[in-house]
Design a binder for this molecule. Structure first.
Ligand SMILES: N[C@@H](CCC(=O)N[C@@H](CS)C(=O)NCC(=O)O)C(=O)O
Length: 209
């Protein structure tokens, strides 16, 4: 498998964690967002939105959208199941994940932040205030929804952890103060002790600057 990835992309980071947790043999193909490689005709032929990640499976077919990629990997590879078979528990985990995937990440994405600065002339401080506002809003809900356990949903890794860790990493990179979120911070620390999470970190990628 080939994962088209950018080291700082939190959506690609999710997939990197899952590939590691499931011990799936794969190759990382870097796509440099700063050099706008994601907008090249070649890449748009693979990912029509011009976003990372996308996953090329061994017969050359391509999957886009991290959520769809993660569902595919989880149904194909039973090692380290990210979504449990119990329908209620599965829905609880998806509900947590959707706060990140639908209500936080799209508002804090590179193209949204660039649109604010380039088209609305928002300055660097205002951009940071925007970013912190939406992180705080989403993280407050996530913090309220968690019990104090090692990982988001108890003592085993789930899809919730795969989504949370890249989003917290990103928040810290944007100087967000995590002190009001002890349960999220504990999960962040627990996951970052695991080899699959460590290997997926931005600074451990071949394209890290
Ligand atoms: N919903 C998409 C989001 C993908 C996405 O937004 N990727 C970002 C990096 S995290 C990207 O490619 N941004 C390029 C840009 O904003 O121009 C997914 O989960 O795959």
């Amino acid at each position: 498998m080939k994962l088209y990835s950018y080291y700082r992309s939190s959506a690609a980071y999710r997939v990197r964690i899952a590939l590691n947790l499931k011990h799936i043999d794969h190759l990382i193909i870097p796509v440099n967002l700063l050099k706008k490689e994601h907008q090249s005709a070649d890449y748009l032929g693979k990912q029509p939105q011009g976003l990372v990640p996308c996953l090329e499976i061994n017969d050359g077919q391509i999957l886009t959208q991290s959520g769809a990629i993660l569902s595919y990997l989880d149904s194909l590879y039973s090692e380290s199941r990210l979504i449990p078979p119990d329908p209620f528990q599965a829905a609880k985990i998806r509900s947590f994940v959707d706060i990140i995937a639908c209500d936080i990440h799209p508002l804090c994405n590179l193209r949204v932040l660039n649109y604010l600065t380039e088209d609305f002339e928002v300055n660097a401080q205002q951009k940071l205030t925007w970013y912190h506002h939406w992180i705080r809003c989403g993280f407050s809900a996530l913090e309220r929804s968690l019990k104090p356990t090692t990982y988001c949903f108890g003592e085993g890794i789930s899809l919730a952890d795969v989504y949370l860790i890249p989003q917290v990493y990103n928040a810290l990179r944007f100087e967000f103060d995590m002190s009001a979120f002890p349960k999220l911070s504990n999960v962040y620390q627990s996951c970052n002790l695991l080899e699959s999470f460590i290997a997926a970190k931005p600074e451990n990628q071949i394209d890290a600057l």
